[in-house]
Design a protein around this ligand. Structure first.
Ligand SMILES: [Zn+2]
Length: 272
C-alpha cells in the first residue's frame, strides 16, 4: 500500500474506532483504587496492578501519552485534508481540584463542540498537566511546561481529546488567571461554581489549530481506557513562569504527567 492509500486506510481505522467506556470523569469515580503520580507503589509504573479495572494501564497496546516528532511524522495527503473545527462559547465557570488535576467542567448540552472530519464531539471538560504529557519534538526545541486536555465525547461516548501545549516564554494568560485564581486550593469532591464568571475555551486555543497530529490512544489516567482519538496541536500557547508555579502550587507541587508510552504498531499522522 502506498503511503497515500495507507493514510486513507489508517484514518478510516482511527475515525471509526469505537469503545464503549464511560466518559473520562469515571477515572475519578468513588470507590476506584487510589492511584498517584509519584514513584511509590501507587505511581504510574504500578497503575495496572492496583485494580482489575486498571489492567489496561499495563496490558494496553495503544496507550497515551507518546512522543511526537514534528519533523518525521508522515504528512496526510493534501488532496483529502482532515478537517478540524471548534465551536466553543461562554459557559459559567465550574472549576474543580480533584487532587489529580485542575478541571473545568461543562454542563450537558452546553453548545460547545469540536468537529473532526464531519463528526461532532461535545466538550465535557478540560484540565491541565504540568509537566506536559505528550513530548512534542520541534525544530525550535521548545521547552513546554503545561499541557491542556480538552475532553470531548460523541453521543455514543467515544472520546476525542485535544492536547494544547504551553511554554512559559510569555506573559500572564488571562483565562488561566481566571481559572487558577478560583480553583480550590485543596482537593475537594465538589467543584466550585463561580457566580457571575463566564469562560470561553476558544480563548485557550492557538490562532492556528493546524498543523495537528492524530493518533489512536488512551486516557492518560487510570483506567487508561483505549479507543481515544487524540489530536495534538502543534502551535503552543504561552504563559508565564509564575502561572506554571501557580498550577504546581494548586497541585501541591506534585507533577501530574504520566510518562510517555510505547508506540507499538501505531502511526501518528500530521495534518498540515
Ligand atoms: Zn489529561
Amino acid at each position: 500500500m502506498s503511503l497515500k492509500h495507507f493514510s486513507h486506510f489508517l484514518m478510516g481505522s482511527l475515525l471509526i474506532a469505537t469503545c464503549n467506556f464511560t466518559v473520562v470523569t469515571a477515572s475519578y469515580a468513588e470507590g476506584a483504587a487510589h492511584w498517584a503520580y509519584d514513584s511509590s507503589t501507587t505511581g504510574p509504573a504500578h497503575w495496572g496492578e492496583l485494580s482489575a479495572e486498571f489492567a489496561t494501564c499495563k496490558m494496553g497496546k495503544n496507550q497515551s501519552p507518546i512522543e511526537i516528532d514534528a519533523a518525521h511524522e508522515p504528512i496526510l495527503d493534501t488532496q483529502t485534508p482532515v478537517k478540524l473545527s471548534f465551536n466553543y462559547r461562554s459557559v459559567p465557570l465550574n472549576v474543580e481540584n480533584n487532587g489529580h488535576t485542575i478541571k473545568v467542567n461543562y454542563p450537558a448540552d452546553s453548545g460547545n463542540s469540536m468537529t473532526l472530519n464531519g463528526k461532532t464531539y461535545e466538550l465535557k471538560q478540560f484540565h491541565f498537566h504540568t509537566p506536559p504529557e505528550h513530548v512534542l519534538k520541534t525544530a525550535q526545541q521548545s521547552d513546554f511546561k503545561i499541557e491542556m486536555h480538552l475532553v470531548h465525547a460523541d453521543t455514543a461516548g467515544n472520546l476525542a481529546v485535544v492536547g494544547v501545549l504551553f511554554d512559559d516564554s510569555g506573559v500572564t494568560n488571562l483565562l488561566l488567571k481566571e481559572i487558577f485564581s478560583d480553583a480550590p486550593k485543596t482537593a475537594k469532591k465538589s467543584p466550585v461554581i463561580v457566580e457571575g464568571k463566564a469562560i470561553n475555551a476558544a480563548d485557550l486555543l492557538p490562532v492556528h489549530t493546524n498543523p495537528f497530529y492524530l493518533y489512536s490512544g488512551s486516557l492518560t489516567t487510570p483506567p487508561c481506557s483505549e479507543g481515544v482519538q487524540w489530536i495534538v496541536l502543534q502551535q503552543p500557547l504561552t504563559t508565564s513562569g509564575e502561572q506554571v508555579e501557580q498550577l504546581a502550587a494548586l497541585l501541591h507541587e506534585h507533577e501530574n504527567n504520566r510518562p510517555v508510552q510505547p508506540r507499538q504498531a501505531r502511526l501518528v499522522i500530521k495534518q498540515q
